[in-house]
Ligand binder design. Structure first.
Ligand SMILES: [Zn+2]
Length: 596
């Protein structure tokens, strides 16, 4: 994207305030001190970290332009871009409203309970002035009296509650610092000498904030030691590449998600997954800690060390990279591993989580069609636009990418003194915490291990063959056993079972369900078993009930509803399908692997 540098350092100024809580509208005023005669402004079509064109401009309304008392007419150029003809000698003021009612971490939210926004949803980009300083003033008008503000953006002049002026060095920083405001829970801790702030919106009265803070601190200390401790030689941990970090967590009934930023992260979780006073946290809390660990690791791996394709974001279109298997996959490998190292998981739980990701990969026929490098490039139209065919057409660069990291780590550990930790730190040094290419990874691997890794990358990253997981795990104290698969997996199906109906979500490529002619969307109503006088028909409320009626009979008739027609389909139930079960065989090699 061509880009003219700013004529002077006059900041681009935004004023943001609540327009109407109940209409979910923000009001934004943008002042351009030194506009161009034909000034262009545009809203991003995507937010970095979430690889989908979302066209945030669909929620922008009532754009008006003024110079002094003169009203100007913005001309819309395309779905997200406007042109304003104006006097370049005078400041240009634009005002507009933005509808904000998406509870995800990617856009904006406003109601009587809280406000949240990313700059990509609210702040028009002033073309030609992206590199000038940007100022955002959050006005308290319209917000309830008990609301406070949290953001990673440095404050310039704010009141006790955090309302006031914030400054970014450029547009990229402005839109990389989401804002949360409301009557949230707030706590603080220090890790690696940096101030960390943790904000939780929507927490129930039973919320155990002290527990969450203590566990988050352990995660942050472990991650900072990982990146800055200098490996097995020990030594003092260095400082993280930020003086202050902010976690913005929003708890809702069934939320889940996270988005990484340079010195903050926006997180969403289910309220029941928060730790509670006086009770032992469950599996959901482990998932939340994994999310915290994942997004925090991204502060190094993708926000600083990042694909060379992301050296400069283009906010007007898709930004392709073939490296998401590294940036998302390796981050996924380390999110749980660092929980283990921080003492927040035991070995058995760690192996159970790993077991789950291996079985997920093996139940994805798309792994035989697309490599993880292709899946990365295609993220914009495949992974982020998942449908009933996604498991047949692509592979998760998170899931398989994490297992590629596992294979690389276990191979390095089997061959010599180095580990994947050394590779990550080597890349951080080599690329000076900036843009990287796949060649940089190959170079660091070569340097550390004294041999080429081109063959592994060709097979594991650019190929569609199976990963050598079993052999590597067994070398490191983990035995791999096979156990009978669940019925849905044996049939090659993914179903949802709600309110006593069994509905087919996905028919997996090459499975028994596909051969029988079952299709996504079908409702499985019943099953007929036996023949002649012994024939009987049964209603199905759960898929597994099929075994209750069919027993060991391999051939049954299933009755399904599709487009209001009833169909009888011949289904053969395969016996042989199995899944993996990982078990701890030898504590010592496992302990060595899980250690730094
Ligand atoms: Zn991620």
């Amino acid at each position: 994207m061509p880009r003219r540098s700013a004529r002077t350092a006059a900041p681009v100024r935004y004023q943001v305030q609540v327009d109407d809580l109940h209409a979910h509208l923000f009001r934004v005023t943008l002042t351009i001190a030194q506009p161009q005669a034909e000034q262009h402004v545009a809203l991003p079509v995507w937010i970095p970290g979430s690889y989908l064109v979302r066209e945030f401009s669909r929620h922008l309304q009532q754009l008006q332009a003024r110079q002094g008392r003169r009203t100007l007419t913005p001309v819309q150029l395309d779905k997200c871009r406007w042109q304003i003809a104006c006097d370049p000698q005078q400041p240009l003021a634009l005002s507009y409203r933005v509808y904000a009612f998406d509870a995800s971490v990617r856009t904006a939210w406003l109601d009587a309970a809280r406000g949240f926004f990313n700059g990509t949803s609210l702040c028009l980009r002033v073309e030609g002035q992206e590199d000038a300083p940007h100022e955002l003033e959050l006005l308290p008008a319209g917000s309830p009296a008990d609301w406070r503000v949290a953001t990673g953006l440095p404050a310039l002049q704010v009141d006790r509650r955090g309302f006031g002026r914030y400054q970014a060095s450029d547009y990229d920083e402005l839109v990389d610092c989401p804002f949360e405001f409301g009557a949230f829970w707030q706590g603080r801790f220090k890790a690696g000498g940096a101030e960390h702030e943790f904000v939780v919106a929507g927490a129930p009265p039973s919320f155990d904030g002290a527990r969450l803070l203590a566990d988050a601190q352990r995660i942050c200390d472990t991650a900072i030691r990982f990146w800055h401790a200098g490996g097995r030689s020990g030594g003092r941990a260095g400082k993280p590449p930020f003086p202050r970090y902010v976690f913005l967590l929003n708890a809702t009934d069934d939320g889940y998600g996270g988005l990484e930023h340079r010195n903050s992260t926006a997180l969403a979780c289910a309220r029941r997954d928060l730790p509670r006073l006086g009770s032992k946290p469950g599996e959901g809390y482990t998932t939340l800690l994994g999310l915290i660990s994942h997004e925090y690791f991204h502060t190094w791996n993708v926000k600083r060390l990042r694909p060379a394709d992301f050296t400069r974001y283009d906010y007007t279109r898709e930004n392709y990279t073939g490296l998401l298997w590294f940036f998302e996959g390796y981050t996924s490998y380390y999110d749980d591993l660092l929980l283990r190292r921080a003492g927040l998981l035991d070995d058995a739980t760690y192996l159970r989580l790993l077991n789950k990701s291996i079985n997920q990969l093996q139940q994805t026929p798309g792994r035989l069609l697309q490599s993880v490098a292709q899946a990365s490039f295609d993220a914009w139209v495949k992974y982020y636009r998942a449908d009933e065919n996604t498991p047949n057409a692509t592979v998760s660069y998170y899931g398989k990418g994490a297992l590629v990291a596992l294979c690389m780590d276990l191979t390095l550990r089997a061959e010599g003194p180095h580990t994947l930790d050394d590779v990550m730190r080597g890349l951080w040094q080599r690329c000076q915490a900036g843009p990287m290419r796949e060649d940089d990874l190959l170079a660091v691997l070569q340097e550390l291990s004294g041999r080429s890794w081109a063959r592994e990358l060709r097979r594991w990253v650019h190929g569609t063959g199976e990963l050598p997981l079993q052999e590597l795990l067994e070398r490191h104290g983990v035995s791999v056993q096979e156990e009978p698969a669940q019925l849905a997996q044996r049939l090659g199906l993914r179903v949802s079972e709600t309110g006593g109906t069994v509905q087919i979500k996905t028919v997996l490529r090459g499975g028994a369900a596909e051969q029988a002619g079952l299709a996504a969307g079908d409702e499985c109503l019943g099953v007929e078993v036996g023949s002649g006088m012994a024939r009987s028909s049964w209603r199905l409320r759960k898929l597994d009930d099929l075994l209750l009626y069919a027993g060991e009979q391999p051939r049954v008739q299933v009755l399904v509803a599709r487009d209001q027609r009833l169909l009888q389909l011949k289904l053969t139930v395969p016996r042989a399908a199995t899944t993996w079960r990982l078990a701890l065989r030898d504590k010592l090699p496992l302990a060595r692997w899980l250690a730094p």
